[in-house]
Write a protein that binds this ligand. Sequence first.
Ligand code: ADP
Length: 454
Amino acid sequence: MIQKILIANRGEIALRIVRACRELGIKTLAVYSEPDVQSLHVQLADEAICIGQAKSSDSYLRADRIISAAEIADVDAIHPGYGFLSENAKFAEQCESCNIKFIGPKSKSIKIMGDKAVARETVAKAGVPTVPGSNGPVDSESEAMKAARSLGYPVIIKAVAGGGGRGMRIAHNDVSFAKEYHVARVEAEKAFGNGSVYLEKYIEQPRHIEFQILGDSHGKIIHLGERDCSVQRRHQKLIEESPSPFLTADLRKKIGKAAIRAAEAAEYENAGTVEFLVDPKGRFYFIEMNTRIQVEHPVTEEVTGIDLIKQQINVANGDKLEFDQGDIKWEKHAIECRINAEDPARNFAPSPGTIGLYYSPGGPGVRVDSHVYSGYTIPPYYDSMIGKLVCSGKTRKEALERTYRALSEFLIRGIKTTIPLHKAIMADPVFIEGKATTSYMEEFLGRTTPDLFS
Ligand code: ADP
């Protein structure tokens, strides 16, 4: 039985894990970098150990220090959260070899899904539709151009080790391909230490629709429905909702089945997400599987009433899932807005600094997951996300109205945030009508004066 968990992360997700552990009666150990000493997760965990300086490579990415902390504090398991070491197969292996449970899938599954070219091949073999593309990496320019021509432009060049929307370039013809191919490789090498790339046909006006998977160690895999994450800027998600306003019950069933097949192909256990692009005609294509908890998991929690972090811990404990696919009900609609310390009126420039007044909204159907508070200083070293507003209602209309109302109550003084941008989107007819595709943000920003967001 897991009795004490080390949380190998920071920010809102670290706090989210502390909260789940508290409810389960499990002790927590926070690890933190020097500038994170003020963070709520450090204050609310039962114990805390400083593991290094500000830079992630000196702290949150130091597997050796994290495992030493786990041994000193005698923990049974490590929850990696998202980002940092969460999709690092070697780290998962190291945990296991030190007799510490890694709260996530087996390292073998992480390896398969961590290489996008291998992931595509694996799920395609299991009968899951993938975006037409090169079969495996294309590591010479001439080979790559040949593949691009045979796919037909536009194509998207993607890093096999990619993530976070980085290392992705679109090419519309031979000339732009020659340029973008090199840029993508250099970017991928810099971001992931692996310059290998592959090609996909660029799907026009798609929706990003992903399925939440839950699998136990006894071979049962189910899905908890979808999240529509089409509102993105530079391939990074800003708003997520469930159910998707685009999916019919029939399409949900079909894609849900495909998502389970993809997870089965990787012998998946624990929580994971299978991502698809869905074109305007309802044709769907696998793009990747994230082998960890996602930022947007609360949307699913709100519509299904299932606590995903507790489920992750139970599965790691070896427990059987208590429900079957038929038991999962989607009775609400939920929308999540990512609150980033960025200035949307100034091209989303980072806006770290000290928060003066912080007042978070409340009332029916409102959930705020955040580690910040009045007087908290946002360090400039990490991701700009400082919280998530998740509002739910009986219908999409109610969830939208609630989100707008909650955003109007939300006060974060002293820094710039994405709150005014979210308010403008909640009042935008295209979004209200459920018509947003992955091109929405660019189109919206193009027709809106930035002053509206300041
Ligand atoms: P990452 O792992 O970096 O997040 P993904 O493969 O998940 O990359 O893609 C992120 C986003 O990029 C998608 O949600 C979508 O908006 C866009 N994208 C990716 N592949 C394609 C494609 N083949 N056609 C059109 N858009 C794509």
